[in-house]
Design a protein around this ligand. Structure first.
Ligand code: SAM
Ligand code: SF4
Length: 442
């Protein structure tokens, strides 16, 4: 047995990729260990989305270098993910302790790279770009890390929002075939997964031919795929992340028709100002988004909305920022992510004039986060006294408690038997603390 330690940064796509790297390396005798100190191979699966995320990787590599020296150089270090894709050779140059650099579409070739490394021949950098080949080459077996499992249905992006590196690091939009997705979903169901989360940078842009087994055939959209996955026996289905432009009628209807599809939608809007949205190349206005949410809520009135926001995009004025605050008040979010705009090399926004000063960005982020947090607390508080279905995921830090999630992804802590982990049970919500709900079995 050889020890494998993977540290994952960033989005759900990376979480999925890390699990798949573990599956790819299992036949070589690599088994997960809890800490890098016990590992023969350490992989940093990195994120390039904001500058901070990239910096973290280089400081972690500094720490790993010392660890590697302590092992007499036996420990191998690989950098995977989007920083690998964007800064491959730079990583090798800046940190010679790194043995391998592998991009997000090339990690299925890790076993080959490891073999080459042990023979001290060939290239230790692979940032090729063929998502299709990767998915075909990945093993069909999947190990679960809990009752909820990610399944990548779509990769890459052709939207080219002017702030974003994803189209450059993950490549062009690619939808996996419905047959391949259904095969992986069946594997996850047979291993006992209770929840399946269909993931993609633009998951709702997924499209493909109907599986061969489906009568009628034809072209499928995400709503069709969800209906098909729902028949496999999962208790819960989710999908993330969606773009407002791709929120089609079929998907909106799936929320009305399908009780297994959780009433929770992550639909990033980024800004409430039409001027900023246009400069971002989002291809929708604030009112387009409001109307869309209205249609979604008509289809599924109890749906909870979440979003991503960027403050301080180049040229964002006080009036633009006020429009974002107004949109947040109009929509009412269950929770949301918000970030200061971060310049990414190679993206159009990074060279735009009128970059916003750091202190202005910080003040806007603070105001936005206060508003979003007040909405989150109001939403969480509205569950107190209710009986909610909770899917229990793991043992909680506090002794005797286990942690699960409501349909709205809210964490819930309950004092009960760990045997309930992996099950959905009814919980009476009693109170809220800063980061969690607490309740008793109903
Ligand atoms: N595809 C999704 C969408 O269209 O909204 C999101 C992809 S991205 C991995 C996740 C979030 O990171 C974005 O929604 C955006 O809010 C944020 N983000 C992306 N680029 C950024 C940048 N340059 N500065 C700050 N935040 C950024
Ligand atoms: Fe990035 Fe825009 Fe594509 Fe989302 S839609 S991944 S924000 S370019």
């Amino acid at each position: 047995m050889r020890g494998l330690f993977i540290k994952t940064y960033g989005c759900q796509a990376n979480v999925y990729d890390s699990e798949r790297m573990r599956d790819v390396l299992a036949p070589l005798g690599y088994a997960p260990v809890e800490a890098p100190e016990a590992a023969d191979l350490v992989i940093l699966n990195t994120c390039h989305i904001r500058e901070k995320a990239t910096e973290k990787v280089f400081s972690e590599l500094g720490r790993l270098k010392e660890l590697k020296q302590a092992t007499g150089g036996a420990m191998r270090i690989a950098v995977a993910g989007c920083v690998a894709q964007a800064e491959g050779e730079e990583i090798m140059r800046r940190q010679p302790a790194v043995d391998m650099v592998v991009g997000p579409q090339a990690y299925h070739r890790l076993p080959e790279m490891i073999a080459r490394l042990s023979r001290q021949t060939g290239d230790a950098l692979d940032v090729d770009f063929a998502a299709e080949e990767k998915f075909d080459a990945l093993p069909t077996s999947r190990e679960l890390s809990g009752p909820s499992a990610f399944l990548a249905v779509q990769e890459g992006c052709d939207k080219f929002c002017t702030f974003c590196v994803v189209p450059y690091t993950r490549g062009a939009e690619f939808s996996r075939s419905a047959d391949a997705i259904m095969a992986e979903a069946r594997e996850l169901a047979s291993k006992g997964a209770k929840e399946i989360v269909l993931i993609g940078q633009n998951v709702n842009a997924w499209h493909g031919a109907a599986p061969a087994s489906q009568h009628g055939g034809g072209a499928w959209r995400l709503g069709d795929l969800i209906r098909c996955v729902a028949r496999l026996g999962f208790a819960r289905i989710r999908y993330t992340t969606s773009h407002p432009r791709d929120m089609g009628d079929d998907l909106i209807a799936a929320h009305a028709d399908n009780p297994k599809l959780m009433p929770y939608l992550h639909l990033p809007v980024q800004s409430g100002s039409d001027t900023v949205l246009e400069a971002m190349n989002r291809q929708h206005t604030g009112d387009d988004y409001r109307r869309l949410v209205e249609r979604i809520r008509k289809s599924r009135p109890d749906i909870a909305m979440t979003s991503d926001f960027i403050v301080g995009f180049p040229g964002e004025s006080d009036t633009d920022f006020d429009a974002t605050m107004q949109l947040v008040r109009d929509i009412g979010y269950a929770t949301a992510f918000s970030f200061k705009y971060s310049k990414r090399p190679g993206t159009p926004a990074s060279t735009m004039r009128k970059q916003v000063a750091e202190d202005v960005k910080a003040a806007r982020l603070d105001a936005l986060q206060k508003l979003l947090l007040s909405q989150q607390y109001a939403f969480d508080d509205s569950q107190i006294g209710k009986i909610m279905p909770v899917l229990f995921e793991k043992v909680a830090r506090e002794e005797g408690q286990i942690m699960g999630r409501t349909p709205y992804l809210q964490p819930v802590h309950v004092k009960t038997d760990a045997a309930l982990i992996g099950q959905v049970a009814s919980v009476k919500i009693e109170k809220r603390t800063a980061n969690s709900l607490h309740g008793v079995l109903a």
